[in-house]
Design a protein around this ligand. Structure first.
Ligand code: ADP
Length: 250
């Protein structure tokens, strides 16, 4: 959960970065190019030195900006492990609570005896957090987020564990649904959304061999449904029984 929190902070930093980066970068280019122009017309050595320093600073700052973007954009390598989804979701309780508003309630509906899945646990947490934050943002007037997990046996696709994040928010217009997983697609204001949250979720689901389905009713709410393949590998032994905590609402 701490990794997810760090990632959330990283996402926030990224939001500020993408919001301001084009603008900042353009300003730096302006500084450098007008500095060069002046340099060509100046013969005074002291002035030339000052101009050169200004240009160098602008270029260095530009390089640093793009470096930050590149560092963020590099996907961290997958580190799959066999996990119990219910345990992981319970472990995110505090993080989710801290991320929500007072008027947003969170309910867990976790079936007992979930099949194990093999995923990168920290990427799973980031994905759940991203979807929960979207759900929160879709409910400015408040509402409920329901996190469901259950085993799914479908004729097509084999045994899978379903993880759904449902909200009672504004919903997504039909013509937007196809776009929401695209990087940088956002309907949130400048400096608010990065448009990277769901593309990250999509990347996680793909690399886990899963699928994601969206159902949305404008004015009613949205359900993001992730299907993860059941693994036949056994999960590592757990220290304490968790069955009692598996199904609970709040
Ligand atoms: P961001 O949250 O930065 O905008 P995302 O990739 O996470 O980026 O989401 C892209 C867009 O998808 C959001 O701006 C929003 O319009 C839409 N969206 C995602 N989840 C929901 C949801 N639960 N309810 C309504 N709209 C949503």
């Amino acid at each position: 959960a701490e990794a997810a929190l760090r990632q959330a902070q990283k996402m926030e930093a990224m939001g500020q970065l993408t919001g301001g980066v084009a603008h900042d970068f353009n300003n730096l280019l302006m500084v450098a190019s007008s500095g060069l122009e002046l340099l060509e017309r100046t013969s005074d050595p002291a002035k030339r030195e000052r101009l050169k320093t200004g240009i160098r600073q602008a270029v260095d700052r530009g390089a640093k900006l793009t470096q930050q973007l590149l560092t963020f954009a590099r996907r961290s390598p997958l580190n799959p492990e066999v996990i119990d989804l219910a345990d992981r979701l319970h472990g995110m309780d505090t993080l989710l609570d801290r991320s929500l508003r007072e008027n947003v309630a969170i309910r867990f509906d976790l079936a007992p005896d979930l099949w194990p899945v093999e995923v990168d646990a920290s990427q799973l947490e980031v994905a759940v957090l991203n979807m929960a934050l979207n759900a929160r943002d879709a409910m400015p007037e408040g509402g409920t987020i329901t996190i469901t997990a259950r085993n799914e046996r479908r004729a097509e696709g084999g045994d899978r564990v379903l993880l759904a994040i449902a909200d009672t928010g504004v919903g997504i217009a039909e013509d937007k649904i196809a776009k929401i997983f695209e990087p940088f697609f956002t309907t949130k204001g400048v400096g608010q959304g990065t448009g990277l949250g769901l593309s990250q979720v999509y990347g996680f689901v793909q690399s886990s061999g899963g699928e994601i389905e969206v159902t949305s009713q404008p004015g009613q709410g949205t359900v993001m449904c992730v299907l993860l393949p059941r693994t036949t590998k056994r999960p590592p032994a757990v220290a304490a029984p968790t069955a009692a905590r598996r199904t609970e609402g709040r």
